[in-house]
Design a protein around this ligand. Structure first.
Ligand SMILES: *Cc1c(COP(=O)(O)O)cnc(C)c1O
Length: 374
């Protein structure tokens, strides 16, 4: 069994993918070919944003907006400590300071109350200038944007939605990537919508910001590539990746639906023996990961592996305890909710084509393991 089986999806639409890639080989515009704007228009329309900018990865989709906002040394950007390194790495890359915030232990997403407290502390301390917030839609569930956007407005901060795991998810009737000032999506192969390499996209309604994003994506270009008006990067998405995404996007909504069914079956079967991720009634998760909690997590994973069932841990170490952020002088005990979850969390295989048979096998294995060993 695989943790995520990309082959099942490919088998289903292999001819469509080949046709799309063949078109790129025929026209030969490997850099910024027509597929890029076709994909940007389709996905902007899908999420309900004015503008979309295809970029080289989800990490670039986080970095470029921070560059467009002029984030620099002395700035504070608030984010969750329980996320993938990329979310906070981009802040530090620009010499600004990531200010970590603890999570809601039920949803695993940034806790708005703790966020506001943290902003007030930074203001009171007076050393850093609060500039923005990066909430993460962890495992596919949108963060609490109504609360977060209100706090941001009060303190004049921008909100950059890290939707790397939540493309296709919904919050109060609106799609992710449309829930804040600007949003970053990732199309890394194992994300809900994935290409066959690295890819990402930025979404915003702000036209002034959009023009900066487009410029930074290609070396800070002005009227053309050889007129350079600001610092930029090589942040383009490859045409071939856009072509692959166009083929995959055709079945994406159906796949999001299939993910709901897998998650529902897990929830029903496991709710009495494991602590589940709580998904708010006003949200639909894209189920990038199906994560659960158990104090004997390591034992369960080991036994599952013996039964040829892969499980993974996202994330065993919150960012405030990572060596990359030692300079920030956080310590163990700083964010108890995140530390508590990190010690118990593990993820089970979930993808649209996970068969009921495999799911039943996973469920019965977990039941047996917990009954006998834990
Ligand atoms: C995957 C991921 C990213 C980075 O995306 P890449 O496409 O791998 O660069 C950023 N943030 C989160 C929360 C992610 O899961």
């Amino acid at each position: 069994m695989r943790f995520i089986d990309l082959a099942a999806q490919q088998y289903r639409i292999r001819d469509k993918i080949e046709n799309r890639v063949k078109k790129v080989l025929d026209h030969g515009q490997y850099i910024m070919g027509p597929e890029i704007s076709e994909l940007e228009e389709k996905l902007a329309d899908y999420v309900g944003a004015q503008h979309a900018v295809g970029v080289g990865s989800g990490t670039d989709a986080l970095l470029i907006p921070l560059m467009a906002y002029g984030i620099e040394q002395g700035d504070a950007v608030f984010t969750t400590t329980f996320t993938f390194i990329a979310t906070a790495e981009v802040i530090q890359l620009l010499r600004a300071t990531p200010v970590f915030v603890d999570i809601d232990p039920k949803t695993f997403n940034i806790d708005p109350d703790k966020l506001e407290r943290s902003i007030n502390e930074v203001i009171k301390e007076g050393k850093l200038k609060p500039r923005g917030i990066i909430p993460v839609d962890l495992f596919g569930q949108p963060a609490e944007y109504d609360e977060i956007n209100e706090i941001a407005k009060k303190h004049n901060l921008f909100v950059l939605e890290d939707a790397a795991q939540s493309f296709g998810a919904t919050y109060k009737g609106n799609k992710t990537c449309s829930l804040a000032d600007i949003a970053a999506a990732s199309f890394f192969p194992s994300k809900p919508l994935g290409c066959y390499g690295d890819g990402g996209m930025i979404f915003t309604d702000n036209t002034e910001l959009y023009e900066k994003l487009v410029s930074i994506r290609v070396h800070g270009q002005g009227s053309d590539k050889y007129d350079n008006i600001r610092n930029g990067i090589n942040g383009r998405m490859d045409t071939i990746q856009a072509a692959i995404l166009l083929a995959k996007f055709e079945i994406f909504d159906e796949e999001i639906q299939l993910r709901q069914e897998v998650a529902k079956r897990y929830n029903k079967a496991l709710k009495d023996i494991l602590d589940l991720c709580y998904v708010n009634n006003h949200s639909i998760s894209s189920w990038a990961q199906y994560s659960v909690l158990h104090p004997d997590r390591d034992k369960i994973i080991k036994k599952l592996k013996e039964n040829d069932i892969p499980a993974a841990i996202y994330y065993s170490k919150p960012l405030h305890l990572q060596k990359a952020f030692l300079n920030l002088a956080y310590h163990k005990g700083h964010f108890p909710a995140a530390e508590h979850i990190a010690a118990r969390i593990f993820s089970l295989p979930l993808y649209p084509y996970l068969t009921e048979e495999d799911q039943n096998l996973i469920i019965s294995s977990i039941k047996n393991i917990i009954k006998s060993a834990c």
